[in-house]
Design a protein around this ligand. Structure first.
Ligand SMILES: [Zn+2]
Length: 295
């Protein structure tokens, strides 16, 4: 595989995801909800070794394929982790300053040489401001930072025209109150949806496990559907409709933790797999008891 093959594959992916606007994605930080999972979880170091390219060269290549709705530029902007020199004007690019890298090229250039001298870095975090500033900016570039420990690049902000940022800030200030009301309404709506979903989850447990001790179905549903927990009840497939597999997993997990010595085994430094194997028969037995139809 060569860099050429990678570019070809990515253009194919981009074609398949034609409806997905990669450019407006505010951050790489939420891979579970977005096709960015593809990029966020990619091991650039590995790809770079495989292709004989530098890691930022690989990202520049990915970026030129996936980000073209935002910028047609053939380069990607990075925050420099070390002092470098611009290959065009020979001026120094200090640690923490921005530089531009092109796919497949070792030489880098400063933002001034790529016509971005009057652009400002808008840090990630404010979705509305980023969306508006990007919209008003004739040219906008996402800015990446290489996280060595995780061996990947994370988006840290967007390079936008100073004028566009001013305009966006004024717009955000003008409708801040309106957006705050909308945020509060959305939070209430989500809370109501969550409660309804948890109640539905609990009801389905009761249907599948008619002999479950009184009140346990509610405890299990609350635990499995707890926000930001990443537990079975929160997973995308489970949320579509409380699917029976997720419910079984939640019930079995509850049995494991409350009806068996599983937690004690873990506390005594037993491996997770061994501890699970040791309590498996008890879990099966209790589950069968709870599944029994009441006469
Ligand atoms: Zn330069």
């Amino acid at each position: 595989m060569t860099l050429y093959h990678l570019v070809f594959c990515l253009h194919t992916i981009k074609y398949v995801f034609a409806d997905v606007n990669f450019a407006t994605t505010p951050s790489l930080g939420h891979p579970s909800t977005h096709p960015w999972k593809f990029q966020a979880s990619l091991d650039y170091g590995f790809l770079a070794r495989l292709l004989g390219a530098t890691p930022d060269g690989v990202l520049a290549c990915l970026h030129s394929c996936l980000f073209s709705p935002m910028s047609d530029a053939s380069f990607t902007v990075f925050i420099s982790p070390k002092d470098r020199t611009c290959a065009t004007c020979k001026s120094p690019i200090l640690t923490g300053a921005l530089y531009c890298a092109r796919a497949g090229q070792k030489d880098v250039s400063c933002t001034g040489c790529e016509g971005l001298g009057d652009h400002l870095l808008l840090p990630s975090g404010n979705v509305a401001l980023t969306r508006r500033a990007t919209k008003h900016s004739a040219v906008a570039h996402p800015v990446f930072w290489g996280v060595k420990r995780r061996n990947r690049f994370e988006r840290r902000g967007t390079l936008v025209e100073a004028r566009a940022l001013q305009l966006a800030e004024a717009e955000c200030e003008a409708d801040e109150a309106e957006r705050a009301v909308k945020r509060a309404k959305d939070a209430v709506r989500r809370e109501i949806q969550d409660q309804a979903y948890t109640a539905h989850f609990a009801g389905r447990i009761k249907e599948l496990y008619p002999s479950i001790p009184e009140g346990k179905h509610e405890v299990i549903a609350l635990h499995a559907c707890q926000k930001h927990s990443g537990r079975v009840g929160r997973r995308a497939t489970a949320r579509e409709e409380a699917d029976d597999e997720s419910i079984c997993l939640a019930v079995r997990a509850h049995i494991r933790h409350t009806e068996t010595p599983y937690d004690n085994l873990l506390a005594k430094k037993h491996a997770k797999e061994d501890a699970r194997a040791a309590v498996l028969s008890t879990v099966n037995r209790v589950e069968a008891q709870w599944q029994r139809r009441r006469l």
